[in-house]
Design a protein around this ligand. Structure first.
Ligand code: DSN
Length: 420
């Protein structure tokens, strides 16, 4: 390998080098509150950008279609064993590239095309791969959707049960991207048993809380559990599927060769690192603090007059109705971005606006908790969010909030020592 091959990105590609520099600066000078984002440890990032990116290893440990996989096998087996321990799972597949493929693979393993599935409506906090008509799931399966209560915005399990009795699904999906309360997996399983359905839990958002003991575990109630690995779980971008042992063979075949070819071995190994980190006692504190921070944020927002779905949160996210400030989610997201508070526009239950410019924003605490911010800062951020939305056309006020955000950020090092 010659010198040119061994150049750093700064020499090899100045344009992309600039992207890295600017993204690091954006992170350093902003408050990352997108509920599905987090920061990986240096070790996870290191392994994601490692020599393992070069390998092909179609198949499973000990049964590969390529040679030279003795070290990849160690990494994949470690990832599997650690995930089993973390979630008390009998079977784990660590190869899914993303949450969407994991869900697709689970549906393919458990169902026939066109089968009826009952899941949470996207408008009420569900996920795209839970049967939205624009997504493969909505095109390939016959989805019905349960909704939250119109007054309280809580899920009412009696309503879910009635719905299940009506549509007789083959699969019930319990999971969300924007529901701020706990899921009752035991109640979901009772309903599934009553109607003869399987239960799948998609814990993408709450996996880190489950691993840290801050949300009930879907096992043993769920037959199959899918999750991304990069949200509250704080691993590399990717996903895993877990299940009762009896579904393992079908799930393995659905992942490879059913849906995917070669696994991303650098990501599989980084998942192993993240699971090791999540097994450490310190991770319990992280999960707890993530929840405490979300509660403090919700309280502060409400004290400053904000309208919050379900009047609070049990998990890592807050769903805020921004219609009282005379704007849609698009403007809210962009004005908050301008002051350095990163959130995303989001439908609120029974929203009358479109998903492109809905009535809400979703705000989460996983990333800032990783960065070390606590409840005092969350209270201050609640105030800053309301101030920003109330003064969204007042450049002077926005500049003052921006200064306060920068001051707060400067107190919390961001990947210290990482330079591009
Ligand atoms: N895109 C994700 C989220 O933001 O919730 C869903 O996986």
């Amino acid at each position: 390998m010659d010198d040119a091959f061994m150049r750093s990105v700064s020499d090899a590609d100045p344009d992309i080098h600039q992207v890295l520099i600017k993204e690091l600066k954006r992170g350093k000078e902003g408050l990352e509150m997108i509920a599905s984002e987090n920061y990986t440890s240096k070790a996870v990032m290191e392994v994601t950008g490692s020599v393992l990116t070069n390998k092909y290893s179609e198949g499973y440990p000990g049964k590969r279609y390529y040679s030279g996989n003795e070290f990849v096998d160690i990494a994949e087996n470690l990832a599997i064993e650690r995930a089993k321990q973390l979630f008390n799972a009998e079977y784990v597949n660590v190869q899914p590239h993303s949450g969407s493929t994991a869900n697709m693979e689970a549906y393919f393993a458990l169902l026939e095309l066109g089968d009826p599935i009952l899941a949470m409506s996207l408008d009420h906090g569900g996920l795209l791969t839970h049967g939205h008509f624009v997504n493969f799931s909505g095109k390939f399966y016959k989805f019905s959707h349960y909704a939250v209560d119109e007054q309280t915005h809580y899920l009412d399990m009696d309503t879910v049960r009635k719905h299940a009795l009506e549509v007789k699904p083959k699969l019930i999906v319990a999971g969300f991207s924007a529901y701020p309360r706990e899921l009752d997996f035991k109640a979901f399983r009772e309903i599934a048993d009553e109607v003869g359905a399987l239960l799948m839990a998609d814990i993408a958002h709450i996996a880190g809380l489950v691993a840290g003991g801050e949300h009930p575990n879907p096992f043993p109630h769920a037959h199959v559990v899918t999750t991304t690995t990069h949200k509250t779980l704080r691993g590399p971008r990717g996903a895993i599927i877990m299940a009762h042992e009896e579904f393992g063979k079908k799930l393995n075949s659905a992942v490879f060769p059913g849906m995917q070819g070669g696994p991303l071995d650098h990501v599989v190994a980084a998942k192993a690192v993240a699971f090791k980190e999540a097994l450490e006692p310190e991770f319990k504190n992280y999960a707890r603090q993530t929840r405490l921070n979300a509660s403090a944020l919700a309280e502060s927002l409400m004290e400053h007059g904000a309208k919050i779905s379900t009047d609070g949160t049990d998990n890592h996210l807050v769903l805020m109705d921004i219609s009282p400030y005379g704007m849609g989610g698009k403007v809210a997201e962009s004005v908050l971005d301008k002051v350095g508070i990163f959130t995303n526009k989001n439908m609120i239950p029974f929203d009358t606006r479109s998903p492109f410019d809905p009535s809400g924003i979703r705000i989460g605490t996983p990333a800032l908790t990783t960065r070390g911010l606590g409840t005092l800062e969350m209270r201050e951020i609640g105030e800053l969010i309301v101030k920003t939305l109330q003064n969204h056309e007042n450049e002077q006020q926005l500049a003052s909030v921006r200064d306060q955000v920068l001051a707060m950020c400067s107190n919390y090092p961001f990947y210290p020592g990482l330079n591009y």
